[in-house]
Design a protein around this ligand. Structure first.
Ligand SMILES: [Zn+2]
Length: 132
């Protein structure tokens, strides 16, 4: 019997980490938790040097048809270069850039389709590093 991820009273356990590297230096990471019952995954963005407190009550939400991903903004540097996002299989994603402009990017098959951006699915990079 499968468990409905939307009605499950999640029991969240630490699952792994995805490191974000820039010029072969780790500049941040995404912590990944998973519900032991329904296997739904929860992610939290961590910028190096900025403390964040884990708060299970405030676990970021994700819809059943979305996947966690690291969005790479090729036009920006350092911590502005990446952001944790949720991607649908197809459609668009609205992203607020560091310059406060909101842009809309096309998404195809859980990947952004734009020359100035790239994306990496967290599911494919658990306990691995992403070079951005
Ligand atoms: Zn659950």
């Amino acid at each position: 019997m499968s468990v409905d991820t939307e009605t499950c009273k999640h029991q969240i356990v630490y699952f792994g980490v995805t490191n974000v590297n820039y010029n072969q230096r780790t500049i941040g990471s995404v912590d990944v938790w998973r519900c032991a019952i329904c296997k739904k995954r929860f992610c939290e963005e961590k910028q190096l040097g900025i403390d964040s407190i884990v708060d299970y009550v405030g676990m970021p939400k994700i819809d059943p048809d979305e996947k966690w991903a690291v969005l790479v903004r090729k036009l920006f540097k350092g911590k502005d270069r990446w952001k944790l996002v949720r991607l649908k299989q197809n459609g668009t994603i609205k992203v607020e850039n560091p310059d406060d402009k909101v842009i809309e990017l096309p998404v195809k098959n859980f990947a952004v389709d734009d020359p100035n951006h790239a994306s990496f699915l967290i599911d494919d990079h658990i306990n691995k590093a992403i070079e951005i």
